[in-house]
Design a protein around this ligand. Structure first.
Ligand code: ROI
Length: 198
């Protein structure tokens, strides 16, 4: 039986017209064999994580339904990177025309010499978490945590500067859905004002 898997892909670019690089990469993702592009986030601008003195990045996240194995998908993503002028010059965290990372592949957790899942940067990078939230607001991460709660609790190292196409205001945290009876506890002090014994 052929099984379809859900893969979340992180896209990043900070060279040679980054917005166009991301659009072109989304188009290339659409062409992958046995794969459907389910959707993608807006484009977000963020300052570089890593060496400063390089241009801001444009980031996005795409959702794929794919029959490719994680390694076959990785191979295809690297081919797209190369096609779009990515040069692997050994400079760690240097600027790049295109970066395509498998952030999540179903709920797989494993590591080998080629690939680590989930992507090691997933849990602390705002430029990954916010676009991911836009794609999948109800997502539960492989660590068992609701994405939206994780975003609110984690102390992100990197701010986001804004969405492309909108005024460059900093983004606000998504509002935490109130579940269970927590909402009642939150408003209780307003209903029953706390009285001192005397
Ligand atoms: N910084 C930002 N803001 N966005 C990226 O996509 C990105 N990618 C990288 C490094 C160099 C770590 N920094 C980044 O690979």
């Amino acid at each position: 039986m052929i099984t379809s898997h859900t893969a979340y892909i992180g896209l990043g670019s900070n060279l040679q017209q980054p917005c166009q690089q991301i659009q072109q990469a989304l188009f290339a993702l659409k062409q992958l064999p046995t794969t459907r592009l389910i959707g993608h986030s807006s484009l977000y601008r963020s300052p570089p994580l890593g060496p400063t003195g390089q241009p801001d990045y444009i980031n996005a996240v795409a959702i794929l339904a794919t029959e490719l194995t994680p390694h076959a998908l990785l191979f295809r993503l690297q081919a797209i990177e190369t096609q779009q002028g990515r040069v692997r010059n050994g400079i760690r965290w240097g600027p790049r025309t295109l970066d395509l990372d498998i952030l999540l592949y179903d709920n797989l957790c494993f590591t080998d010499s080629h690939l680590t899942l989930p992507h090691p940067g997933l849990y602390e990078r705002a430029f990954v978490l916010y676009p991911l939230y836009e794609c999948a607001p109800d997502l539960v991460l492989p660590n068992g945590r609701l994405l939206v709660e994780w975003i609110q609790e984690v102390n992100h190292h990197q701010p986001l500067l804004g969405k492309e196409g909108s005024s460059n205001h900093p983004l606000f945290l998504p509002s935490l859905p109130r579940r269970g009876w927590g909402w009642l506890l939150a408003i209780l002090p307003q209903i029953i004002p706390f009285k001192k014994p005397f």
